[in-house]
Ligand binder design. Structure first.
Ligand SMILES: [Zn+2]
Length: 684
């Protein structure tokens, strides 16, 4: 039974030692007293040193730390109380020293670690690194974790927790003051190699590159700052103090794929790096395709497939930037502190540990080598028609928005994994669906190929949701069997009736993100009731009976008033934005254009939008597959610009008769000879 400090902590010791500090002593304490307590709890001396932004707190004890602790729950705690404003009245009081922070090292039988607790109003706190060396215990934190004070007062003490009760060890009476040396940590750090593809037989090593920036966005020299690296799976790949990664062995389980976590001056980078270790060398080199908010990191060509051309033709970076903006608009969240969201092609030679899509930063989009088709979640790899996997890409991005929302996570804390996963997956897809509607219904700078393909993809997916919902209805609308596709089918029906404002309003019920949900969502019934209340508040109609009859939703009658009150207040606090996403339509793209039909397929009504380069008379007409005019839906002189949802078709012909299910064409014409058509499907 050995004392085991937290795995992550111990693994970082090597990198600390390697970066041998030229540190400056800021303050020290000695205590000659020899109290009748356990020698491992009696402080003999303590000190604080600084190396750049790194603060090391050391405590020398009369006796060595025990290698055995009697019970699994027992711990020993070594504490430095720090007062950054020399005011005993602020922070957490400790016998005369008002403490803004506790820097503490904790050891126990099964776990341990170090951190700075924030107890006052000064920002900071977070994990530190603990090292034990005979009679001395050290913890390293970062100046920023102490709120960046010029001077501070400190003292220290020890405690043992035995059988659940606290036993004070040695409480130092001396209070020391110290002045910090000037140091400005970097404001932002980015790992610009978000995936490495390695192989134990070579190339077995790869160098991670990290870019540091100050608050104004200027790039800083890396050598002025301290970087630390940690691999989450050292049996697959290790990392040294310089960011050099070495492949050890391919993973055999999916979860063994390592992430390298990186800290710069003690602050975690906005993203991590995935280490894909393959059994054979796949021989690809990734490149960065950067947008304003997202960057794709891909091989330009892989197994004869030209990803770069596809990325450019379909405007994947530009479109996904818009999806990022849509997520930000829907959820009022900037995941990863607005840092670049990376999407990497995770190329695996082994289908067992390859991924389809995985959320996070980077988002991983899989590619398995050795297949001619259907081997990727970045593109639909059909040799006859390759195109982006819009839904997967945007769904994983959606997870990053919803998972960053504290209130939404609380909404998922019922004891029902089925329902929690339905809402977690369903709303990640809703974020993607919201981006789809935003890019189609409001002016964006995307060209017709990207817009049309995005629309086709989501319409196909919609078809899948419709059949999932139909199966759910046929199966008796049993809410215990609801899955994400059924939920998204319901959300599509709500959109068809009420527009995307109801989606936006649903997201509003989880805002502000940090504010806890004021009603305990502790049953699936309350979770369902929140959803129904949100839709009722958004539409101004009491949808309880509708949801019970149509979708089998259970309503918690006793909680309804309270829940409705909360969601309607939150929805009323936020107006639905009707402006576009990002930049207005650039002049270069401002030619006449007929937009994709939406919804499509439809029953019985759909809407049409288009862009005019200049003022013109516009004719929109619906034809059947034999070219016969069914209905002229618009013939009007209009101003230049975007005209979203300008015309609708209700499925009737010019005589007012309902047209049968089938394929139809919408044609747009202007007097100067412009003509463009779109295919659409009426499903009755
Ligand atoms: Zn998902």
């Amino acid at each position: 039974m050995k004392i085991i400090a937290a795995a992550a902590t111990l693994m970082m010791l090597a990198s600390l030692a390697a970066a041998a500090p030229a540190s400056t002593l800021l303050g020290s304490l000695v205590d000659d007293e020899d109290p009748a307590i356990d020698a491992s709890l009696d402080i003999v001396a303590a000190s604080i040193t600084q190396d750049g932004g790194r603060m090391t707190f050391a405590m020398q004890l009369r006796g060595p730390l025990p290698s055995l602790l009697p019970l699994p729950d027992d711990t020993q705690t070594y504490l430095w109380f720090i007062d950054t404003d020399s005011d005993p009245a602020t922070g957490q009081p400790h016998d005369g020293l008002g403490s803004e922070f506790n820097v503490r090292a904790v050891i126990g039988q099964n776990w341990g670690g170090g951190w700075a607790d924030v107890t006052g109003s000064v920002p900071g706190g977070g994990d530190g690194v603990v090292a034990i060396d005979g009679n001395t215990i050290r913890i390293t934190v970062w100046l920023g974790q102490m709120g960046d004070p010029d001077t501070f007062a400190w003292r220290c003490g020890t405690f043992a927790e035995l059988d659940g009760s606290w036993v004070p060890g040695n409480a130092e009476t001396a209070i020391e003051s110290a002045s910090t040396l000037p140091f400005t940590p970097c404001a932002r750090a980015t790992v610009v190699t978000p995936i490495l593809e390695l192989c134990p037989t070579g190339p077995a090593t790869g160098q991670l590159q990290v870019v540091l920036r100050d608050a104004a966005g200027n790039i800083l020299p890396n050598e002025d700052h301290v970087l630390t690296y940690h691999s989450t799976s050292e049996s697959v790949a290790t990392v040294d103090a310089t960011g050099l990664v070495t492949a050890i062995a391919p993973p055999t389980e999916h979860w063994q794929t390592p992430y390298i976590e990186v800290w710069a001056d003690g602050v975690m980078t906005d993203n991590s790096a995935v280490i894909r270790v393959n059994a054979v060398d796949i021989g690809v080199t990734h490149q960065t395709y950067a947008g304003a908010h997202v960057s794709f990191y891909l091989p330009p060509v892989i197994e004869g497939v030209d990803l770069e051309t596809l990325l450019q033709q379909y405007e994947v970076v530009e479109a996904t930037d818009l999806a990022w903006l849509a997520g930000e608009q829907a959820m009022s969240i900037n995941p990863y502190h607005s840092g670049t969201e990376w999407f990497v092609l995770d190329v695996a030679s082994d289908p067992v540990t390859s991924v389809c899509g995985a959320s996070g930063n980077p988002v991983r989009l899989g590619w398995t080598t050795g297949y001619e088709a259907n081997n990727s979640c970045f593109i639909i790899n059909d040799p006859n028609w390759r195109r982006p996997q819009w839904f997967v890409i945007w769904h994983e991005l959606g997870h990053n928005f919803t998972a960053s929302c504290n209130a939404f996570n609380m909404y998922l804390w019922t004891a029902s994994p089925v329902h929690n996963s339905t809402y977690s997956e369903g709303l990640a897809s809703l974020s993607a669906m919201y981006a789809w509607r935003r890019t189609l219904e409001y002016p964006t700078s995307l060209g017709p190929l990207a817009l049309g393909d995005i629309d086709n993809t989501f319409c196909d997916t919609w078809g899948g949701f419709q059949s999932a919902l139909a199966d759910y209805r046929a199966g008796g609308r049993d809410y215990d069997t609801i899955n994400p596709d059924v939920l998204d089918g319901i959300l599509m029906e709500l959109w068809a009736s009420y527009g995307i404002g109801c989606w936006y309003d649903l997201f509003s019920t989880f805002l502000p993100t940090e504010a806890p949900i004021p009603v305990a969502i502790d049953t699936p019934e309350k979770q369902a009731t929140w959803f129904v209340a949100a839709m009722s508040a958004s539409t101004g109609q009491d949808l309880r009976d509708h949801f019970a009859a149509e979708y089998g939703f259970p309503i918690d009658a006793s909680a309804w008033d309270e829940i409705y009150d909360v969601v309607s207040t939150r929805i009323a606090a936020r107006d639905f934005h009707t402006s576009g996403l990002g930049d207005p339509l650039p002049a270069a793209r401002a030619g006449d254009r007929l937009w994709p039909v939406a919804p499509n397929p439809f029953n019985p009504r759909t809407t049409f939008g288009f862009t005019l380069a200049r003022d013109a008379r516009v004719e929109l007409a619906v034809y059947d597959v034999r070219g016969r005019l069914v209905r002229r839906v618009l013939d009007e002189a209009l101003a230049a610009g975007a005209h979203p949802g300008r015309a609708t078709w209700d499925g009737n012909d010019d005589q007012g008769h309902a047209s049968p299910s089938g394929t139809y064409f919408l044609r747009m014409k202007t007097p100067d000879g412009f003509s463009e058509a779109r295919k659409m499907t009426l499903l009755r």
